[in-house]
Design a protein around this ligand. Structure first.
Ligand code: ADP
Length: 714
């Protein structure tokens, strides 16, 4: 029998259950499908994102590859801007940099596309545009898309859409990177992220390039200074070999710069490989050794060497060595010491010489006087002759000493040095000929005058020629006996006296200008010639040097003198005065006033003139002398230069006499033993005659005879 399912409740339940199950499964399947569809979409999006990131990564890698290739700032900024345009698909981009120093402004360093015209533009601090704002607000990343207001990039320049990212290095904003006008119409957040990555990367490379530039510039400055120094500088290694050298050192060593590197400095400088060993070793230990001062025979110069350690890795230490050429400085110091020595000796000498003047005048004068006595025995005459000769010799020495002490001669006129040489050589000519000595003259035809004292300069030439003559006179037969006297001008007037003698041994060189230094036997040399010469040359503002030995051996002295000022007038040369004849018993009897405090001098002069039949009145003090002179009637007044006008300090008696009785001017002879040039200056100004103590009686007689001759003529 068939059954109606609807009537069967069990079947109904089963049917409902099946239907429900079917419905549930359908729902689950639908959900599953939906989920599958969604994950497919996300996968596609993730793949797209991945692609995009990969492409960014490759682009950045490409950029970093390009940037790492260069440290040139200009090239780097150009590249950054070019890549920014490309990566971000923009129409314009620029990179602006803040200057290195506060005074340097923000400036557009590179610009492309629609912004190209802004390249090089300086941005004012108060500019309201995006460039200035972006660098001012440190962390800002700006984005403005078109549709809204246009963006001002810099005052007077706008763009529809723009994005800016500041460039930061070590926490400091060094510039900004800006892109404008996206081709897609708008910038999206991903663009800004990429721009930011680009900016971070660019900032690092730009900062590096700037550091590199700074170091390069510092190195350049250091190298310029290194080469500009007049002192020689070298960096040497452990072995003392030169690693670097400046130009000054190369030129001191006389070697091209490139050849100095690698040479051992001790050898190159002082000719000995270990010459600098101690100095370098002490420096390496960290001591501060005293500088080494040495004369380099190789370079013929004196050098001072200082060293300092360059801090660095202990394994490879460098030392910097400074080399100064102190040849001139040493010469100056020696000259200074020499001048001081001379000044001290000069003072001593003048005091002694002064005291010797009067006794010597008396000894020479009285012995000369006695020699004229007819009744003298032959033996006594011989003894007296010796006394007189020796007194005269002593007198010559004292006169020399006084010349030496008499610093700065009174006379300063233009003098023709060639003329002085000719005169001096004609004086010595006979003597030199006797000794078979030839004198070569190489006198410049265009020699300016020097400014000075003719007698002093004559003494210079005479001393040098006398020394040269004494030197060549000792030559063996086969060696020529030659003296060469030359003059030339090269801004200074030069005189050289060179000889073919044995030359001056090294151990003597230091002492030749020292007073009383002589290598000659007693009677031949006093050791004063060169020191006197030195004083005279120095008082003329010049210098005298012993030149290094020339090819012909022998000694050569060179004198350098400044030329006379262009406006100085050369005085007429006075003709050499003939010696008047002095007769033993004059036809005219004269009255003479003698002013001298020394009884020995009084006695001598009195005896001299009394023998000639003249009257001599003696005044021991100036007041007495003045009284006698005012009484009048004297044909001659002989007065000591030390006699001063009574009651007037600093005025010579002679001056007082002339001012009171002008007619006496031509009748006064002053005996001066003074070393002060002022006394002779005063006498020259007064126009009175003078004889230098110690004088011999002949000198005084001759001077007196001249005076009378002159007054008789007038
Ligand atoms: P002196 O000639 O009286 O000795 P100097 O002062 O003139 O005094 O000279 C000092 C020394 O210098 C001399 O003793 C001599 O040793 C040396 N000297 C000077 N000139 C020469 C020369 N032309 N040749 C060699 N030696 C010289």
């Amino acid at each position: 029998m068939a059954m109606d399912p609807l009537r069967s409740p069990a079947l109904l339940y089963v049917t409902i259950a099946v239907a429900l199950i079917l419905l549930g499964s359908g729902l689950v399947l639908w959900r599953l499908r939906q989920r599958l569809l969604r994950s497919e979409h996300e996968r596609r999006r993730a793949a797209e994102e991945l692609n995009r990131r990969l492409s960014e990564l490759f682009s950045l890698q490409e950029l970093s590859y390009v940037l790492s290739d260069s440290l040139e700032l200009d090239r780097i900024v150009e590249q950054v801007v070019r890549y920014a345009v490309r990566f971000l698909d923009a129409r314009g981009a620029l990179l602006a940099l803040v200057g290195d120093t506060p005074s340097d402004r923000l400036q557009v360093a590179a610009a492309e596309g629609t912004l190209a015209s802004l390249r090089g533009q300086k941005i004012q601090a108060d500019d309201s545009g995006l460039i200035a704002r972006s660098t001012a607000r440190e962390h800002l990343e700006l984005i403005r898309n078109s549709g809204a207001e246009p963006t001002e990039i810099v005052k007077g320049f706008e763009a529809a859409a723009a994005a800016a990212v500041p460039l930061r290095s070590h926490g400091i904003v060094i510039g900004t990177l800006i892109i404008t006008d996206p081709r897609e119409g708008a910038f999206v957040p991903e663009d800004i992220r990429l721009l930011s990555t680009l900016a971070t990367h660019a900032a690092v490379v730009i900062a590096n390039a700037r550091f590199f530039e700074m170091v390069r510039r510092a190195k350049e400055q250091w190298e310029t200074a290194f080469d500009a120094l007049s002192e020689g500088i070298a960096v040497v290694d452990d072995e003392g070999r030169v690693r670097r050298s400046n130009r000054a050192l190369a030129s001191l060593l006389g070697t091209p710069l490139q050849n100095v590197v690698g040479t051992p400095l001790g050898e190159a400088l002082l000719g000995k490989p270990h010459a600098l060993h101690d100095l370098l070793a002490a420096t390496r230990r960290g001591d501060r050794p005293a500088p080494l001062v040495a004369r380099s025979e190789r370079l013929k110069r004196a050098v001072r060497v200082n060293a300092a350690r360059i801090p660095g890795a202990a394994t490879e230490q460098s030392i910097v060595v400074m080399v100064e050429d102190v040849t001139e400085q040493q010469a100056l110091e020696t000259q200074l010491v020499q001048s001081e020595k001379l000044a001290a000796v000069g003072q001593l000498v003048s005091g002694v010489a002064h005291e010797l003047n009067n006794p010597l005048t008396s000894i020479a004068g009285l012995s000369e006087f006695l020699l004229e006595q007819k009744e003298l025995g032959k033996k006594d005459r011989g003894h007296l002759q010796v006394i007189q000769e020796q007194a005269e010799r002593a007198g010559r020495i004292v006169r020399n000493l006084l010349t030496f002490a008499r610093k700065g001669s009174a006379e300063r006129v233009p003098v023709d040095l060639n003329e002085v040489i000719r005169r001096t050589l004609s004086l010595t000519g006979y003597d030199l000929k006797l000794k078979d000595i030839t004198v070569e003259r190489e006198l410049s035809g265009a020699l300016p005058d020097v400014f000075g004292d003719r007698h002093g300069l004559q003494q210079v030439v005479l001393n040098l020629v006398t020394n040269a003559a004494q030197a060549v006179a000792e030559n063996p037969r086969e060696r020529p006996r030659e003296i060469t006297v030359s003059t030339w001008f090269d801004g200074q007037v030069h005189l050289r006296v060179a000889d073919t003698g044995p030359g001056i041994p090294d151990e003597v060189v230091q002492s030749v200008f020292t007073p009383f230094f002589t290598t000659k036997e007693p009677g031949k040399g006093t050791g004063l010639g060169l020191s006197i010469t030195y004083s005279i040359v120095e008082s003329h503002g010049g210098q005298i040097v012993l030149e290094p030995r020339g090819p012909r051996g022998g000694a050569a002295f060179r004198v350098d003198l400044p030329p006379a000022p262009a406006d100085a007038v050369r005085p007429e040369l006075t003709p050499v005065r003939g010696t008047p004849t002095v007769t033993a018993s004059p036809t005219v009897k004269r009255t003479i006033l003698l002013v001298d405090a020394d009884p020995a001098v009084q006695r001598t002069i009195k005896a001299l003139f009394a023998r000639d039949g003249h009257d001599v009145e003696v005044a021991g003090d100036p007041q007495h002398a003045l009284d006698l002179a005012l009484r009048g009637g004297f044909d001659l007044v002989i007065t000591d230069a030390r006699a001063m006008a009574p009651g007037k300090r600093g005025t010579l008696l002679a001056e007082e006499l002339v001012s009171r009785m002008p007619a006496l001017r031509d009748r006064i002879i002053v005996a001066t033993g003074d070393v002060r040039p002022t006394t002779e200056e005063t006498l020259a100004r007064l126009g009175v005659r003078y004889v230098r103590k110690p004088f011999n009686l002949r000198d005084l007689r001759v001077e007196a005879a001249r005076l009378w001759e002159a007054t008789a003529l007038s």
